[in-house]
Structures are given as structure tokens and as C-alpha cells.
Design a binder for this molecule. Structure first.
Ligand SMILES: Cc1cc2nc3c(=O)[nH]c(=O)nc-3n(C[C@H](O)[C@H](O)[C@H](O)COP(=O)(O)OP(=O)(O)OC[C@H]3O[C@@H](n4cnc5c(N)ncnc54)[C@H](O)[C@@H]3O)c2cc1C
Length: 304
């Protein structure tokens, strides 16, 4: 049976080297200060969806909300096997926290229409909250399985999924449509395929077309540019190379739930923490040692 999988992917600032200017005064991420990378867990989410499609047929749609540069991550999805790519880009979505992000993604998925599975990474390396997947499932009104490792059985509208719970695993049965958040132990993401890179390297969003046409016709008037843009867009569409680009209005999102207005979370400070030797304390593996540790944790209210 063919399955339509939607994979939510996020282009994230590379947090392996956070500098002091990584956050703006309003507590949102200063993306210009950090290089952008594909969120690592999302590669595993994408692989899980593409492998399912390869085995049972169907389609994989990659979806991201982000700046125009996030089109690069969508091209990577196409290189790695996705059939369709959609960018949600709207300056009114900027500054969204997890509530607003999951709301906007849920509206985009509603616009996509029919789907069987939604895949997310477990966590994004910038916000690090692991909230978007579960919140998205809530907003779509579908069941969720987090910490996905693999499908044990796929049978028509029911799947059995193995999830890793840290010191073991459990197998859950769920009905479709279902949202899954994937762990980095789920699979080995396939590399970009050379053939698909040749096929999709010219895939563009409308904004990229506008930028490219403006750069290639610097002296042209507005009308000439509009015609050139329309021609390029038509050509891309015909060749299946147009990365769809939607704004808040196209997905019928209510502005009060988007961007800063729809985001109750405020980040006050980001800090790069380097653990030094003093950050560690040796505990003797004896009953007395463990008792002492528990006492300390109670005193500093880590345990109540
Ligand atoms: C230091 C710092 C702290 C922050 N703290 C908070 C906080 O406490 N609470 C809060 O609400 N926000 C916080 N944010 C904002 C956070 O970056 C955004 O809320 C973000 O858009 C989504 O949250 P996340 O990165 O934690 O995603 P997660 O919930 O960790 O992401 C899980 C998965 O959801 C999907 N996903 C997430 N974002 C997108 C997207 N834009 N497009 C497509 N798929 C996506 C991906 O599959 C991803 O793997 C913080 C940001 C920073 C820089």
C-alpha cells in the first residue's frame, strides 16, 4: 500500500561553536552569526520516510519553515530521495517558539491534504526542546510515537514501531495517520545521490528565481523582470523543479498564533558552557557514597 509521508526538517545554526552574538536582543537566534546546517536528527527522519516509500511505494514531501536560505536544506532532501519540497517563508513567522512553529507546520500539513505519516527529528540542535513533534501531533489530532528506532511491522493502516526508551525499548502499535519523531540511532541516512543532484541542483523557490533574475538583468525595468521571472517559473514547474513557497496567508494561519505574537516563550540568555574539571565530582560506588549523593541532591532541590 502506498504511503504519503511528510517530513519536517529544519535548517539550524551550527551550535557546535556558539559565540556571544548568537542571540539577538529580543532573545531570538541570530542566524547570520552562525553557519547553517541540516538538523542532524532530521536526516534520520527523512531516511525513515524515504525507506518506507521505497519499500511500500508512495511519496515523501519535505517541509520546512525558515528563512529563504532553508531552500538549500530542501534541495538536500530532494538529493536524498524526497519527491516534493515546500518552504514556509513569511517574515510574520519570524521569532516563532515551539507553539507557533508547530501551529504553522500543522496549518501547512492541512493544506498539503492527505497524508499517512508525519516524520520529525527528535530534537533540533538550536532550540533543543524536542517539543515541536509532539505539539504538531496534538494540533493535527493524530497519535504520536517518539524516540522511533524502526518499523517492526507495517500492515495497511496499522504500524508496529520500536521506540528506544534509553535503557531498553518498547514496541507500540498505532493506527495511521501517525506522527513519529526519529532518533539518530534509527538508521544510517543515505548520502545525496549523484543522479538526483544532477536532476535537482537547479530546483528553486520563487524567491530564489526573483533574486537570480534581478542579478542577471540589473538594468531591466520591472515589467521586463516580471516576464523573465514568469518564464523561468513556468519552465521550472514543467520540469518538476519548482520548490513550493508558501506564506502565512496561503496556509490560512491565524496571525495571533504566529511569530513573536504567538510565542509565549522568551529566551533571556544563551551561554556556551564548557565543563571544567571542577564540574565533576567522584562518588564512591558504595552505599555510603550513594547516600551522600542523594542527600546533596535533596539539599540543592534537584530531588524533592
Ligand atoms: C538557546 C535557545 C533556546 C530556546 N528555547 C526555547 C524554549 O525554551 N521554548 C521554545 O518554545 N522555543 C525556544 N527556542 C526557540 C526555538 O528555536 C524555536 O521554537 C524553534 O523554531 C523550534 O523549537 P526547537 O528548535 O526546540 O525544535 P525541536 O522541538 O527540538 O524540533 C524537533 C523537530 O521538529 C521539527 N521542526 C522544528 N522546527 C521546525 C521548522 N522550523 N520547520 C520544520 N520542522 C521543524 C524538526 O523535525 C525537528 O527535528 C529557543 C531558541 C534558542 C536559540
Amino acid at each position: 500500500m502506498p504511503y504519503h509521508c511528510v517530513v519536517c526538517i529544519k535548517q539550524v545554526p551550527d551550535t557546535s561553536n556558539v559565540t556571544v552574538d548568537a542571540m539577538k536582543e529580543d532573545g531570538t537566534v541570530n542566524r547570520a552569526a552562525l553557519p547553517a546546517v541540516f538538523n542532524p536528527d532530521d536526516l534520520h527522519a527523512l531516511e525513515a520516510a524515504v525507506a518506507l516509500r521505497d519499500q511500500y511505494d508512495g511519496t515523501v514531501t519535505a517541509l520546512t519553515m525558515g528563512p529563504l536560505g532553508a531552500a538549500e536544506a530542501l534541495r538536500e532532501c530532494l538529493y536524498r530521495g524526497a519527491n516534493r519540497a515546500i518552504l514556509i517563508n513569511d517574515r510574520r513567522a519570524a521569532g516563532s517558539d515551539t507553539l507557533a512553529t508547530s501551529y504553522i507546520l500543522s496549518q501547512a500539513i492541512r493544506k498539503i491534504g492527505q497524508y499517512d505519516l508525519v516524520f520529525c527529528g527528535r530534537q533540533a540542535i538550536d532550540g533543543d526542546t524536542a517539543q515541536v513533534g509532539p505539539q504538531l501531533a496534538e494540533k493535527l489530532g493524530i497519535p504520536q510515537v517518539t524516540y522511533f528506532e524502526r518499523f517492526v511491522e507495517v500492515s495497511d493502516r496499522t504500524v508496529r514501531v520500536r521506540r528506544n526508551v534509553g535503557n531498553g525499548w518498547e514496541i507500540l502499535e498505532a493506527k495511521l495517520p501517525l506522527l513519529i519523531t526519529a532518533l539518530d540511532t534509527a538508521n544510517e541516512p543515505r548520502p545525496s545521490a549523484a543522479r538526483r543532484m544532477m536532476q535537482y541542483k537547479r530546483a528553486r523557490t520563487v524567491a530564489e528565481v526573483e533574486r537570480d533574475v534581478a542579478a542577471s538583468l540589473p538594468d531591466a525595468g520591472a515589467e521586463e523582470r516580471d516576464i523573465a521571472q514568469a518564464n523561468v517559473i513556468e519552465k521550472l514547474k514543467r520540469r518538476g523543479l519548482l520548490i513550493e513557497q508558501w506564506g502565512i496567508d496561503e496556509i490560512d494561519a491565524d496571525l495571533q498564533w504566529c511569530g513573536v505574537a504567538g510565542s509565549p516563550t522568551k529566551v533571556h540568555r544563551v551561554q556556551s558552557i564548557v565543563l571544567t574539571k571542577e564540574g565533576f565530582k567522584g562518588i564512591e560506588p558504595t552505599e555510603e557514597g550513594v547516600r551522600g549523593l542523594i542527600q546533596e541532591l535533596i539539599v540543592d532541590h534537584t530531588l524533592d
